[in-house]
Design a binder for this molecule. Sequence first.
Ligand SMILES: [Zn+2]
Length: 234
Amino acid sequence: MLYLRSIEVIAILSSRAVRLTATLAVLLMLMRPEAWAQPISTGAFWTRIPAVTVVAVAPTDPRLALVRDAVEFWNRTFAEIGSAFRLGPVAVVSGEIPLGDLLQLSQMVVGHGGPVSLPASVANQTGDLVVALSDGEFISFCGRSESGNKALVAIKSVYSTPLTLPNVPRNVIAHEIGHALGLGHNNDPAMLMCGRPASCRPDAFASPNEHYFPLTAAEKMQLVALYPSTWKPR
Ligand SMILES: [Zn+2]
C-alpha cells in the first residue's frame, strides 16, 4: 500500500536519518582514522620511517637497553598486525636535553596533548624520534612537533618512583613511544596505553616479572588504519 500516515513517514525518515548518520560516521572514521584517537592522542602519524635518537648522559643508563627493547616491541607489533610500517634504527647520542626545556614541555603536553613547538635542543637532534633519558623530575611525556615529522619522548629520572619499581621503566618507555606513533589513552589499568583522564598511573605497570602490557583490539585497529599493509614512506 502506497498510502502512509504522516507518523509512519516520519518514522521511516528518522530511521533512514539514523542509518545515514551512522554510515557517515563510519565513513568519516575510515577517512580520518586519527579521529578514533582517545583524549591526549598525539593526533599524528609518521609518513616516513622515523630514525630514533636516544640522548643519554651515561652509556651505562639502564634505560638504553629498554629503548631498544621497546622499538623491537613496537616493530614486532607492527609485524603481527600486518602493517608495513617500522620504527627505524636506534642511535645513541651522549648528552642531555636541558631540564628546563623538558619541564616546560611536560607542563604543556601532560593532560593536553596536541602538537607542540619543540625547542632547538630537540629540533637540532638528527633523529626523527628523539628519546631523552633525563635525570630530572617531571611526568614522562611525548610531544609531537607541529610539522608532524619530529617527536620527543622524555623519560624522567630512573632513580626515583615510580621508575624504581620493577617492570615500570620498560612499560613507560613503550607507552610514550605509543603516543609518538599516534595512540591516545584508554582507561584500563591492565593495558599499556592506560592514562589520563583515567586514574591509572605508571606504578600500575609494577610487576615482579618483566613484560610488556598489551594493546587493546581497538588500538591495534587504529594502528592498522594509520599504518596499513600498503604503508610506504612518502
Ligand atoms: Zn600517556
